[in-house]
Design a protein around this ligand. Structure first.
Ligand code: HEM
Length: 566
């Protein structure tokens, strides 16, 4: 009955207002509406409101307590002092994390580090070289990368306990993949050339291509040529699985971490796994191949097995002593998880930078034509690709300004951590690097916010000249030139991390990125639909990704043919 009465009063109010629109009455109207809605709610659902109120009160106390307890243990600054302020600040920061990190760094610019509030957590952000070194070299038992990833991505629930429990894919990447790079390059190049022919549907006229989508699938194919061989890498079901896996885990894990209370996570995680079925799908796709390889191993005919990542994983010792297909499937999912979305995003960023700046296209093409045989990509070598210094520099610069996030290399302090200057961070807090601030710092790079595609190539030359003929400097010179290459790292260049957990897949990623881009500039012209305008990156909290934009492709030589024809 009550809602009928309220509706009638509301109707009266609105009709009265239409007849007598005095300002005071207009101002009072919203108050009356709120009052009546509240009155109605109180009458109809008193118990529900009490419960909601109590839950909110409990939550507020928990949040306040947690935030302040954490804050008390930190060298903290940069957030308000009122109750819940850290949570309000962190929610605001979430909407534009890059800008927020920059403003925190500017406000506390004279300092080596600053504390940045995350939702319910605190993160000490390193920006000075000294702090980055302390962070990067800290022991896993003190600043844990695994614990941070596990907590932020909730992989225990989204994929399963086993996903993080075993780590034998890391030595397989560090040793076998890196030692086999030269052997596997021709296969990778062959797959790139085929994929360009088959999947990049580009015609003589300018053709729009959704780069992120097309290259995400293409990079899944090319990488998996090296991971599992030609047959599986071209299998659409397999590619869909590995291609969508990282994004699904990152999104699902982020949501669980942010919104699901710990006690509900096992149930929600189980539901997530039931729906996504990543592991089961991978087991099904691999089982025949694994059985065949295991049979060959058992009969002393291991040499019949292909030389690829799946085989290198089987070569590694594993905790249970036997490589079951379930265990191998989990490792292969993990390899794809770390390899695919990183490489795809890095490539897309580079391509947007290229398509928006046509002057680089010609310079990169000149270099590629002089060092690589365009008619025979499968004949390119590691050495010939490494001589393409402009190409190398262009991708490195692109990753400097368009990386994959603003809070980089997160670690969870599992024990008390001490910086070299004595500052202490208590367990339970995060320590990370302020990568966007470091990469855009004028002390580290001249005109740091400007894109200069050949910046690192020029830096190598300067270092070479500085070294001069002094023998004593030759070693230092070659070292510093190395840091200016795409795979080089330093406390001021963190795209691939640095220190203890530096990316072991960066040599593979670098070869793949350079091969993809070199073949592209040799075969196609590219430009943005809006000429000269690079699409802005998309940010979700601390993570960034290239926009899902179109680039126009055209087969090379068309312009010339048209001109001659006329
Ligand atoms: C452009 C592409 C890539 C980028 C930008 C990238 C970036 C990174 C970064 C920044 C880290 C260090 C994270 C930290 O310290 O918290 C890392 C670690 C790692 N990356 Fe990459 N990565 C790329 C490609 C790859 C590829 C292709 C593979 C494998 C084939 C790979 C395998 C790994 C692994 C296994 C780790 C963890 C190392 C450890 O736990 O010690 N990455 N990557």
């Amino acid at each position: 009955m009550l809602h009928v009465r309220n509706a009638a009063v509301l109707f009266c109010l609105s009709s009265t207002t239409r007849r007598r629109p005095e300002a005071s009455f207009l101002a009072a109207r919203p108050c009356l509406i709120v009052f009546m809605t509240w009155q109605r709610a109180l009458t109809t659902m008193p118990s529900l409101l009490t419960v909601v109120g109590l839950v909110l009160l409990w939550l507020a106390t928990r949040l306040w307590d947690r935030g302040n307890r954490r804050r008390a243990a930190l060298p903290a600054h940069g957030f308000g002092r009122t109750v819940l302020s850290s949570y309000l600040v962190s929610l605001k920061n979430f909407l534009n994390t890059k800008k927020a990190v920059r403003s925190f760094a500017d406000r506390y610019g004279g300092q080596r580090r600053f504390t940045f509030p995350l939702v319910g957590e605190w993160c000490v952000m390193c920006r000075s070289k000294e702090d980055v070194k302390d962070h990067a070299n800290a022991h896993e038992e003190v600043l844990s990368m695994e614990a941070a990833v596990e907590k932020l991505l909730q992989t225990r629930y989204t994929v399963g306990e086993q996903f993080c429990a075993e780590t034998y894919h890391i030595p397989a990447i560090k040793t076998s993949l890196n030692l086999n790079l030269a052997n596997k390059l021709p296969e990778m190049l062959d797959e790139i050339a085929r994929a360009y022919d088959e999947e990049l549907r580009v015609y003589d006229d300018w053709t729009p291509v959704f780069v992120l989508q097309v290259y995400s699938s293409l990079i899944a194919r090319v990488s998996n040529r090296v991971f599992v061989g030609a047959k599986l890498c071209r299998n659409i079901q397999y590619r869909d699985l590995v291609d969508g896996f990282s994004d699904s885990i990152i999104r699902g894990g982020g949501l669980i971490h942010a919104f699901i209370p710990p006690s509900f996570r096992p149930v929600v995680g189980r539901l997530f796994q039931l729906v996504s079925r990543h592991h089961r799908r991978m087991v099904r796709l691999l089982s025949a191949d694994v059985a065949e390889r295991q049979k060959n191993r058992a009969t002393g005919e291991k040499h019949l097995n292909p030389n690829d990542m799946l085989e290198w994983l089987m070569d590694q010792p594993c905790d249970s002593g036997r490589h079951t297909v379930e265990s191998l499937a989990m490792r292969l999912l993990n390899v794809n998880f770390v390899a695919l979305h990183t490489t795809t995003k890095a490539f897309t960023h580079a391509l947007y930078n290229l398509a928006a700046r046509p002057e680089y296209l010609l310079a990169l093409r000149d270099e590629a034509e002089s060092l690589l045989d365009a008619s025979n990509p499968a004949g390119w070598t590691k050495e010939s690709l490494s001589r393409c210094v402009k190409l190398d520099s262009f991708i490195k610069e692109s990753l400097r300004l368009n990386g994959l996030g603003a809070i980089w290399m997160p670690r969870l302090a599992v024990e008390t951590f001490q910086f070299a200057d004595g500052t202490v961070v208590g367990p339970g807090n995060y320590v990370a690097t302020a990568v966007t601030v470091i990469h855009e710092d004028e002390d580290n790079y001249q005109q740091a916010k400007e894109f200069d595609g050949f910046r690192f190539a020029k830096m190598s030359v300067v270092d070479e000249q500085d070294a001069g003929a002094d023998d004593m400097l030759l070693q230092a010179e070659s070292d510093s030139r190395w840091t200016h290459r795409l795979t080089g790292a330093s406390p001021t260049y963190l795209a691939f991390g640095t220190g203890r957990h530096i990316c072991p897949g960066r040599f593979f990623a670098s070869l793949q990125l350079k091969s993809l881009l070199a073949l592209l500039v040799l075969r196609y012209d590219v430009r943005m639909v809006d000429e000269g305008v690079r699409p802005a990156d998309k940010w979700l909290g601390p993570m960034s990704a290239p926009a899902n934009a179109q680039v126009l492709f055209r087969k090379r030589g068309v312009e010339r043919r048209v001109a001659v024809g006329h």
